[in-house]
Design a protein around this ligand. Structure first.
Ligand SMILES: Nc1ncnc2c1ncn2[C@@H]1O[C@H](COP(=O)(O)OP(=O)(O)OP(=O)(O)O)[C@@H](O)[C@H]1O
Ligand SMILES: [Mg+2]
Length: 461
């Protein structure tokens, strides 16, 4: 089923084409002038638009231009009773897939539409998968060539050569760690170690000995001397991830290393000097933490010599198709699945989604879609975004709706989804689906029937 827009001021022609295409299983929408066509195409996504050239208000060629601009993935077929070569050439130049001369028979339209839709799929396949090795890449590991990321790449390039401390700011999943690595790799220190410390994962005391090392006997379990991450990173880069989570006491010690480039191991007396470039990152608002007294102001200024702010994904939606292609290739290869395209509806949904979890959430979504898809094309259903988007919209990340919920009902509906997903993934073999879920076949059958999935199975076939 494809969604098809038909625009022709000759009403009976438009209606007849619409009915013929609907009869083939498509869903058509008929309008009678160019302006209405452009509006319809911006309200809703169409796989294909069939445009008459001579129409009131906005003519077919102008409408074609506007639709291609707004929705490049819509294939456009142009029809005209005034079949001149010039018109056909102009239409193709504006991105039409084909040109039809009126009067046309319905048979002819059906063939042209089928060809156009097929051509579009091939085109989609090529653009999404080929962009992979061309543009769309900033640094080796970073994808996204939009304006917002270009600013980030320039900043990385500019700062990499210096020894300046860099503070990377950005929401969760925006790529802070990738930026830290890119800075390291593009610096003179690239061949030396890149050492990451996740400051959030370690309790205060542990973090200190992790960073600075300790002497034998420094504390109960310190059976031998141990070098800290600062020493390990000597000559290279130390990445202090989640710097906003460091306790005040440790902040004081960090400040000293930043100022003096030297420190003592925990329980030690001798001073150790290191040559380490510091890159720190956080998703917290450090300035606000300073105001609240939770982060030392002097340390903040020491760290924030060169800030790099990563834009959230929802503010750089033009990068989404590149990122999707990147993750699609990655996971299709990993899972040895042949996936050739993302359905334009799916792509549209991906581009529009709110992405609270940024690139990481997008990556997880594609990974899951690659696992779930039953064909060689990722469809909107494979994304599972609607359900999640609705939930997120209603109550942030909180799975319990504001108005409260029935645990039994929620568990029930979750169980139903699991059963159905397992069943379709197991190619509708109940025994295999039961195995996927680690339950007895009889239990599976019982639950399957109880949820009315047998009926769904009938209608879905
Ligand atoms: N521009 C990008 N191109 C390709 N992959 C990206 C890009 N940005 C982020 N990613 C991927 O998204 C995921 C999250 O990125 P990363 O871990 O760097 O985010 P983060 O900002 O450190 O998140 P957090 O604050 O949660 O630690 C990673 O798998 C990373 O490879
Ligand atoms: Mg991170």
């Amino acid at each position: 089923m494809s969604r098809i827009l038909i625009a022709d001021d000759h009403r009976s022609t438009a209606e007849a084409i619409g009915l013929a295409l609907d009869a083939l299983g498509h869903r058509s929408h008929v309008v009678h002038d160019g302006e209405a066509a452009v509006k319809a195409a911006s309200d809703q996504f169409y796989d294909l638009a069939l445009l008459d050239v001579r129409m009131p208000k906005v003519d077919g060629i102008q409408a074609l231009e506007a639709i291609k601009e707004e929705s490049p993935e819509t294939a456009v077929l142009v029809m005209s009773a005034h079949g001149t070569i010039e018109l056909a050439v102009e239409a193709m130049r504006q991105g039409a897939v084909d040109f039809v001369t009126k009067p046309v028979t319905l048979d002819e339209i059906e063939v042209k539409v089928a060809n156009a839709l097929r051509q579009r799929l091939v085109w989609m396949e090529n653009t999404y998968l080929r962009e992979q090795d061309g543009g769309g890449r900033g640094f080796d590991s970073m994808v996204g060539a939009g304006e917002a990321m270009r600013v980030v790449y320039e900043r990385i390039q500019a700062v990499a050569q210096s020894n300046a401390t860099v503070l990377i700011l950005g929401e969760t999943g925006t790529g802070k760690e990738l930026v830290a690595r890119a800075i390291h790799e593009n610096s003179r220190r690239g061949a030396k170690p890149f050492v990451r410390v996740n400051c959030a994962a370690l309790a205060d005391g542990v973090l200190e000995s992790e960073l600075f090392g300790h002497e034998r006997g420094a504390f109960t379990n310190a059976n031998r001397q141990r070098a800290g991450r600062f020493e390990l990173a000597d000559g290279g880069t130390l990445f202090l991830d989640e710097i906003g989570e460091v306790a005040i006491a440790t902040q004081v010690k960090l400040l000293r290393v930043l100022q003096e480039k030297e420190f003592e191991r925990v329980g030690g007396v001798s001073t150790i000097g290191v040559d380490v470039r510091i890159v720190a990152a956080t998703n917290r608002d450090l300035a606000a933490m300073v105001d609240a007294g939770d982060f030392r102001e002097d340390l903040y200024y020491r760290l924030n010599v060169v800030p790099v702010a990563l834009p959230p994904l929802r503010d750089r939606r033009d990068d989404i198709p590149d990122l999707v292609a990147h993750f699609l290739l990655k996971y299709a290869a990993e899972m040895a699945k042949k996936i050739v395209a993302v359905h334009p509806d799916a792509m549209k949904r991906l581009v529009r989604h709110a992405w609270a979890g940024n690139v990481r959430e997008l990556e997880n979504t594609i990974e899951r879609a690659v696992v779930l898809t039953q064909s060689d094309t990722i469809t909107p259903d494979d994304l599972g975004l609607t359900e999640r988007a609705r939930r997120q919209q209603e109550n942030g990340d909180d799975p319990v709706p504001i108005e409260g919920a029935s645990l039994t009902d929620m568990v029930d509906s979750f169980e139903k989804r699991l059963l159905w997903t397992a069943y379709t993934r197991a190619n509708r073999v109940k025994a295999d689906a039961a195995k996927l879920l680690g339950i007895e076949r009889t239990t599976f059958r019982y639950k399957f029937d109880r949820h009315g999935l047998a009926d769904l199975d009938e209608t879905a076939r």
